[in-house]
Design a protein around this ligand. Structure first.
Ligand code: ZN
Length: 157
């Protein structure tokens, strides 16, 4: 889950361990497909294979009830149910492509790379990881200049 704190939006991350429904094939909202593809491309550049036919990570755009939560990854480590990614619909409608990518990569960091949060910051206070919770003290600084380095960091964890 990811939230932007500095714009007064609060976010927090949770793994829901309740039951999920297994669906044949992978359900991915078509608006999310380009981000699954770019994630796979960035992974491949770094020697990591992301094949969602294998991973079966479902993706949905829907309103998330919790205030400030922009996205969530739901996965159950105790069974083989498909992991699910949820993107907050109101946020999605207004977000830039770069903002959408950031939240998607964050959630795939949870759901595919199985990463937790990292609120480490550099010497000017910028988050050094895409896996920042949004609740820590660091400032998200995902832009065309910092993008490559942050994606390197994500796949090196
Ligand atoms: Zn998160």
């Amino acid at each position: 889950m990811f939230f932007i704190r500095f714009t007064s939006l609060l976010a927090f991350c949770f793994f829901i361990t309740a039951c999920t429904h297994k669906v044949d094939g992978v359900i991915v909202d078509e608006e999310l497909v380009p981000f699954y593809e770019s994630f796979a491309e960035e992974a491949a550049k770094r020697g990591i294979v992301f094949d969602n036919a294998e991973e079966q990570i479902e993706g949905y755009i829907q309103s998330i009830a919790s205030d400030g939560v922009l996205g969530a990854c739901r996965r159950n480590e105790d069974n083989d149910d498909s992991p699910q990614i949820f993107l907050d619909k109101p946020y999605w409608k207004t977000a830039t492509t770069l903002e959408k990518e950031y939240v998607m990569f964050h959630e795939l960091g949870h759901c595919f790379l199985k990463l937790g949060h990292d609120d480490s910051e550099d010497d000017v206070g910028n988050c050094i990881s895409i896996m920042a919770s949004g609740l820590g003290g660091c400032r998200v600084n995902y832009n065309p200049t910092s993008r490559d380095e942050l994606i390197d960091e994500l796949f090196s964890k």
